[in-house]
Design a protein around this ligand. Structure first.
Ligand code: SF4
Length: 158
C-alpha cells in the first residue's frame, strides 16, 4: 500500500505574488513532487477554500482586515505553517508604509499623487479596512518555519 500523500496548500496576503511565481519556478520538479504531495488551494488548482492540510505556505504580511481573517482560517486548517518570503516574515515591501499614517498613505495615493484624475479616497464599505501598520504573520498566529528571501528561490521550495 502506498504512503499517504502530504496535502499542501498555499495562500497570498499582502505580497506581490512573486513568492508564488518562484514556487512555480520549480517547473518540472513539481511533477516529481506529485508522487509525495497533493495540492489543495494553490496556483496549481482552482480550489477557493482551503481544507485540512499538512503543510501551508503563506506569502505576504497583514495589511488589512481581510488578510487577518484569511490567515486565521488558513492557520486553523494547516498542521504546519510556513512563512514564505520577506513580506510574510517581516512585512517586506508593503511595510514601507509603516513610516506614515494610513490617512497620509490614502491621501498620497488617491488625492495628491502624480497623475491622479478625479481625486477621491475609496470609501466603498465592501473594501477591507487597512490596518494601522503592516505586520508580519507571526504577530497574529504561530508559525512553524520561515523560508526567507524576496522571493525564496525555487530550490528552497523543493
Ligand atoms: S517577499 Fe518579495 S517576492 Fe515575496 S511577496 Fe514579498 S515582495 Fe513579493
Amino acid at each position: 500500500m502506498s504512503a499517504r500523500k502530504l496535502k499542501v496548500a498555499t495562500c497570498s496576503l499582502a505580497g506581490c505574488f512573486g513568492c508564488h511565481m518562484s514556487f512555480l519556478d520549480m517547473d518540472e520538479r513539481i511533477v516529481a513532487l506529485i508522487d509525495h504531495i497533493e495540492f489543495d488551494r494553490s496556483p496549481l488548482t482552482d480550489i477557493k477554500q482551503v481544507s485540512d492540510c499538512d503543510i501551508g505556505l503563506i506569502e505576504g504580511g497583514l495589511c488589512n482586515e481581510e488578510n487577518v481573517h484569511v490567515l486565521e482560517a488558513f492557520r486553523k486548517h494547516c498542521k504546519i505553517l510556513v512563512a514564505v518570503g520577506a513580506c510574510a516574515i517581516n512585512g517586506g515591501v508593503p511595510a514601507l508604509r509603516n513610516h506614515y499614517t494610513v490617512q497620509e498613505c490614502l491621501e498620497e495615493s488617491y488625492l495628491n499623487g502624480l497623475g491622479v484624475v478625479d481625486p477621491q479616497i475609496p470609501a466603498d464599505p465592501a473594501l477591507p479596512a487597512l490596518l494601522p501598520k503592516v505586520i508580519p504573520i507571526h504577530s497574529l498566529v504561530s508559525v512553524d518555519y520561515f523560508l526567507p528571501g524576496c522571493p525564496p528561490p525555487a530550490d528552497a521550495f523543493v
